[in-house]
Design a protein around this ligand. Sequence first.
Ligand code: TXD
Length: 319
Amino acid sequence: MARNKIALLGAGQIGGTLALLTGLKELGDIVLFDIVEGTPQGKALDLVEASPIEGFDAKMRGTNSYADIEGADVVIVTAGVPRKPGMSRDDLVGTNLKVMEQVGAGIRKYAPDAFVICITNPLDAMVWVLQKAAGLPPEKVVGMAGVLDSARFRYFLAEELGVSVKDVSAFVLGGHGDDMVPLVRYSSMAGIPLPDLVRMGWTTQAKVDAIVDRTRKGGGEIVGLLKTGSAFYAPASSAIAMAESYLRDKKRVLPCAAFLTGQYGVDGLYVGVPAVIGAAGVERIVEVELNSSERGMFEKSIQSVRGLVESCQQIAPHL
Ligand code: TXD
């Protein structure tokens, strides 16, 4: 059986990390695309030179031509600019919208059957633009943010509880912004709900509230430390988990920015919700029950996403 073909559009901090993880997990052959000449070619060559040491077999090539992504099974999009300290994700709309239109045209022409994972920020709006520009069915275009935000939430909880990260489950609903909704009620340690753990004295409500706040601001915390760009290791791992679930039909239930058609009372927007990812792409959306305070936070997050999409429509009325 021929190897999968994975196209990485953007060969920057996340793109290079995606390529390394794809090699280590032997997910398939890689085409690394960028508009900067030399960067994708140099990173691809450097990566395959690691393959004898790591023991993986994969073809990896760098390119500046969309034609080389022909027939890709999975496309992961990081093309665009990241934020710098003092910038919000929303400040990237003007620049990255135009990039998504270019990238979408390349996918439409050369990889119309691919499963497309968008990473570029502001994520909830950029995945919406990308799906329209590429013209692929909405279930084959998804945004990566929830797996990252949930991983941050899970890590902080595991650190606080003093247990393995493997035994902490949690997820975040809503947009990839500071008003995202980490769901305490649906978080657990080995199946024991987090609110019970507070009552059992494993942690306190104040510490849980602080972890929720740190999760919401997780991206900004790293931008503030790095100063020259944003997070890239955990974002890359998050997108690879989604790609692997598609390529290996694992049916994982992952929080992703998926296109809603009425679920959660939302129609026509990409929003972070738990979704089943399998060989057909987004195969099912999990519509969890929300209490009034959760619903209020979710609505606020939806409003932010709606506002971003409206800005995109003003910049590009044809979308
Ligand atoms: O959870 C999430 N979704 C976020 C997403 C987590 C972290 C980072 N987030 C966003 O991902 C970030 O705000 C950026 O919008 C993207 C990519 O972040 P990265 O850190 O990889 O940025 P880099 O290192 O600047 O890489 C971007 C590459 C760079 O090599 C540019 O030359 C290239 O994109 N680029 C383009 N490629 C193709 N076509 C066009 N037009 C283009 N413009 C820039």
